[in-house]
Design a protein around this ligand. Structure first.
Ligand code: 0RA
Length: 658
């Protein structure tokens, strides 16, 4: 029996408590903030310790419970925190030290862990310092032990044996359970967000092949629905990051069925280095599908592991394409972005002493990792390509198309630029521009169809209102490649008229109008063209939407002649009902207004364009994003996805009248 029941404190305990006091004085230094991010940091810190145990090969399951009374409980089936006397703090057990001494973690009593998870790795003592209560149970050596802490890490009940540990499958169970209640005097709020836990633990399960992480929410506020009778949501991936790639590509069309995978490891200057990479291309055009991790942390700012992979990927694919004669002597090399188009890849690096750099400390700085990843990728990717000629060919063909598209887009860009420089004012003939100079006063009406365009030209205020008629259905910009899109004359006209460029080069300062108003019929065709235009703005001129410069004109549905001189226009059925409710004895007729094309020009002016009487809907970024989703989902052939989308976004969809 190694646990002690002595309750006297020795000299070393004083330093212990001073350490935790420092954490309470400056929590931000240890967990980043005392907002929701910092609060959840406590959970990650505890779970990271269990994950370390799993990575060392001693633990296959971690259970996380948000309890009814506000605690977070993390339970693992690892070896259990050691319970014997600690060599340095002679009157404390090792377990007590782990919970009360900063940085005590797994780094004492032998080897410690080769690679440890977690960004800060500050240890559970920090969680203890920032909790109003902590309870720990340890099953080890056939015995269950328990201890508890209160008020920011004060040892309340010292570690004692409480009985036998349960027998599981004929063996004495081992493992650690840590239950903590975050201190409400430290944190802005102490309610954990279950969704945040789900996302993080799914990611951790992907990154730790075979490890099962279960989560449940026992709080009365819980809205979780699971099949499991005990409420568990479980994540376990026997394919690890291969499953991660499949998961990311599930909503996309894969270019081929298999997911590529390779790994490599090396110890450099006593510092363990490991890397695993899984990859698959899809038919899409995104080139930001590369996700990297270091020691289980998402490295959003990239770093050396990512750099090594990018360099080797570009090099290897080019040399393969030349070797197989797909690239001829006269052809330029494929660029990295061509090759990365449609690529989904996960890079998971693990390193004994990680250096995290960058604005958000999410960039891996170890240069030695770059050379490992570069070398492993050069060797293993080349082999993979040789062994998978069909897949390799599909990928290289896609990259060559991307290169062609890139060059065509650059030509088109130049053409648009030189046109706007040379052609007098450079404006398209179709644009009936306004005369005001200040962009804040200028409005651009994009009108569906030439005949509606004609009425709009008559109805406008020529000083402040410009009219651009566009014909029929412009191209679907979401699916089309940028080069095809730029060849579309309607799109070219639009870009030239707005005058601020597009995509990465869009410069809101150059915008020639501060109101761009979409004017299309309330029918199916009109709603289609509105969706297309919003998708276009969302994709190619997002700052215009962000600035609140994009609007939808809403012509009224009804009119009624109240007197010979006065016509009242009513936006929709609700407005008509309200009008009737105010005048129970009103007997005059209501006209349902015709489409824009058939409206008289003065009618169009009075209902839709005149600043005093019109109704405009300012388009939010969320709405434009939904238009973008609508477009890709409605163009796709997943019926179930289509239905779900319309149900979950019913309000927004209705507002925009898709
Ligand atoms: C220190 C040393 C060892 C394990 C642990 C700590 C440990 C900590 C936690 C925290 C949550 N679960 C944990 N499981 C283990 C090594 C133990 C040994 O050598 O037997």
């Amino acid at each position: 029996m190694t646990a002690t029941e002595s309750s006297s404190y020795g000299a070393s305990d004083i330093t212990v408590l001073e350490g935790l006091e420092a954490v309470r004085k400056r929590p931000g230094m240890y967990i980043g903030s005392t907002g929701p991010t910092g609060l959840h940091h406590l959970v990650w810190e505890v779970v990271d310790n269990s994950v370390d145990e799993a990575m060392a090969g001693h633990c296959d399951r971690i259970d996380v419970t948000l309890t009814e009374d506000g605690a977070c409980e993390v339970s693992d089936d690892g070896r259990g925190i050691p319970v014997d006397k600690h060599p340095k703090y002679e009157d404390l057990t090792a377990a007590e030290v782990v919970l009360t001494v900063l940085h005590a973690g797994g780094k004492f009593g032998g080897e410690g862990y080769k690679v440890s998870g977690g960004l800060h790795g500050v240890g559970i003592s920090v969680v203890n310092a920032l909790s109003s209560r902590v309870e720990v149970e340890i099953d080890r050596d056939g015995t269950r032990h328990a201890m508890s802490f209160g008020d920011g890490g004060e040892l309340k009940d010292r570690l004692v044996a409480t009985g036998d540990s349960p027998v599981v499958d004929g063996e004495a169970h081992t493992g650690t359970t840590v239950r903590f209640w975050p201190d409400p005097t430290i944190f802005d709020e102490v309610e954990f967000r279950f969704q945040t836990l789900l996302e993080r633990f799914q990611m951790m399960a992907f990154l730790n092949r075979g490890l099962e992480i279960r989560v449940r929410d026992q709080r009365s506020s819980s809205t979780v629905e699971t099949e499991d009778p005990d409420g568990w949501v479980s994540f376990k991936y026997d394919g690890g990051i291969i499953d991660f790639v499949r998961h990311v590509n599930a909503s996309k069309e894969a270019l081929f069925g298999i997911v590529g995978y390779f790994e490599g490891a090396e110890t450099i200057d006593d510092n363990a280095h490991e890397v695993e990479i899984a990859f698959q291309w899809n038919t899409g055009f995104n080139s930001d599908g590369l996700h990297s991790f270091a020691n289980g942390i998402a490295t959003r700012e990239g770093g050396m592991h990512e750099q090594g992979f990018r360099t080797a990927l570009t090099r290897t694919v080019n040399s393969y394409a030349r070797d197989k004669g797909i690239l001829k002597d006269k052809d330029d090399n494929l660029q990295g972005e061509d090759i990365r188009e449609g690529l989904t890849a996960i890079i998971s690096a693990r390193i004994g002493e990680p250096q995290f750099e960058g604005q958000t400390k999410s960039k891996l700085g170890n240069v030695s990792m770059r050379s490992l990843v570069e070398r492993v990728t050069n060797e293993r990717l080349a082999e993979w390509l040789e062994e998978h000629p069909g897949e390799a060919k599909a990928m290289v063909t896609k990259a060559t198309n991307a290169a062609r598209a890139r060059m065509a887009a650059s030509d088109a860009r130049k053409a648009i630029r030189s046109k706007s420089l040379l052609d007098g004012a450079g404006m398209p003939d179709k644009l009936k521009d306004c005369s005001a100079k200040e962009p804040e006063r200028r409005e651009l009406f994009i009108v569906e169809g030439d005949s509606a365009g004609g009425s709009a030209v008559r109805a406008r205020d020529p000083e402040t209102q410009a009219i651009l008629p566009i014909r029929g259905k412009i191209l679907n910009v979401e699916r089309a490649r940028i080069d095809k899109m730029l060849k579309n004359t309607e799109v070219q006209t639009l870009i030239t008229a707005i005058g601020a460029g597009f995509a990465d080069e869009f410069d809101i300062e150059q915008a020639r109008y501060h109101k761009v108003i979409l004017l299309a019929d309330a029918d199916v065709d009109g709603s289609h063209i509105r969706t297309l235009l919003l998708t276009f703005f969302f994709r190619q001129m997002r700052p215009l939407v962000e600035a609140g410069f994009v609007y939808i004109a809403q012509p009224p549905l009804y009119s009624t002649k109240v007197s010979n001189r006065e016509t009242v226009y009513l936006k929709d059925d609700a407005a008509k009902d309200a009008f009737m409710a105010e005048r129970p004895n009103y007997t005059k007729d209501f006209q349902r207004l015709k489409g824009l094309g058939e409206m008289d020009w003065d009618e169009l002016r009075d209902t839709t364009m005149d600043v005093g009487s019109r109704s405009l809907l300012q388009v939010s970024v969320e709405q434009a994003a939904i238009a973008d989703d609508v477009m890709s989902i409605l163009m796709g052939d997943d019926v179930e996805q289509r239905k779900n989308f319309i149900v979950t976004n019913a309000r927004e969809v209705q507002n925009l009248d898709f």
